[in-house]
Ligand binder design. Structure first.
Ligand SMILES: [Zn+2]
Length: 281
């Protein structure tokens, strides 16, 4: 995200006289405008004039000096004129980091709010927490923060006489011919290193060593935070698990299959690892 344009915050005014920057959703789709170059832009809208209340919106911060909110347009309500209604995945794939990061954050917060209207322990309606971005049960005082699910991603590689190989997998239903890395959710009580080793062992049957952190990417379907690592092969034959994976095999760095789009951190991890293997030839 381009931080200098955006100043995050979680407490904003419940009434703003001028137009505000909106991550406006109807169902799972978001309304965007287009700049002169055709890139998606979050629209400036006078939400009060549209009959919406900022009291029901999530404050995100200030974008280019203007307040920025995530909110829902009720099903059946008239959409604002001149805007395009995009699916969240389509917006992310277009690669405008700032628009897709803010819309992704708003998307997660609105979904968290929709699913935390009542306390999971006693059933009482929750209320906004006084200080944090959270809701609280007024009876048993349990605080519910927005849920984030950590996902570990691993690209396993090994050096060979020809430079190297990377271990790529595909699930049934994935785009034809396309392969990607191993990934899975972190379980309760597990360290990131343990999760990495377990997921790789479970999915493709090999052992790893020297895990190296590459980077992270929030993925709002519905609330993942993907942490990407490369790891060196330490032993074992590749055996796809047969349930989650349809195929898994070594690919020479000079003969790769179709890979995920560059916007995905999986692809950035693969590209980075390929550069390192090629440089070490
Ligand atoms: Zn309660």
């Amino acid at each position: 995200m381009t931080q200098e344009r955006f100043v995050p915050g979680h407490r904003g005014p419940a009434f703003v006289a001028e137009a505000v920057v909106c991550c406006l959703f109807q169902g799972n789709r978001v309304f965007v405008g287009r700049d002169a170059g055709g890139a998606p832009q979050l629209p400036l809208l006078d939400v009060q004039a549209m009959g919406l209340s900022l009291k029901l919106a999530h404050y995100l911060g200030r974008l280019d000096g203007r307040h920025c909110y995530g909110l829902h347009l009720p099903q059946g309500a008239q959409p604002p004129a001149g805007l395009e209604n995009l699916g969240m995945r389509a917006l992310i794939l277009e690669g405008n980091d700032l628009a897709s990061a803010l819309a992704g954050q708003a998307f997660q917060l609105l979904e968290w709010e929709r699913t935390h209207r009542h306390c999971g322990a006693c059933g009482a309606p929750t209320t906004a927490h006084a200080l944090d971005r959270a809701v609280e049960c007024p009876d048993c005082r349990i605080v519910y923060y927005p849920r984030i699910s950590p996902v570990m991603m691993a690209l396993v590689y090994r050096k060979t006489d020809n430079g190297g190989e990377v271990l790529l997998t595909r699930k049934a239903g994935y785009a034809p011919g396309r392969f990607t890395v191993v990934a899975g959710f972190v379980e309760a009580g597990e360290s990131l290193e343990q999760c990495l080793a377990r997921e790789v062992k479970e999915e493709v049957g090999v052992d790893i060593r020297n895990p190296r952190y590459f980077g992270s990417q929030p993925w709002p379907f519905p609330n993942s935070l993907v942490m990407a690592f490369s790891a060196e092969w330490a032993g074992g034959e590749v055996v796809p698990d047969g349930t989650e994976l349809e195929d898994a095999r070594w690919f020479s760095i000079d003969a790769l299959p179709d890979l995920p789009e560059p916007v995905h951190i999986s692809r950035q991890l693969i590209d980075d690892t390929l550069v390192q293997l090629r440089n070490s030839r």
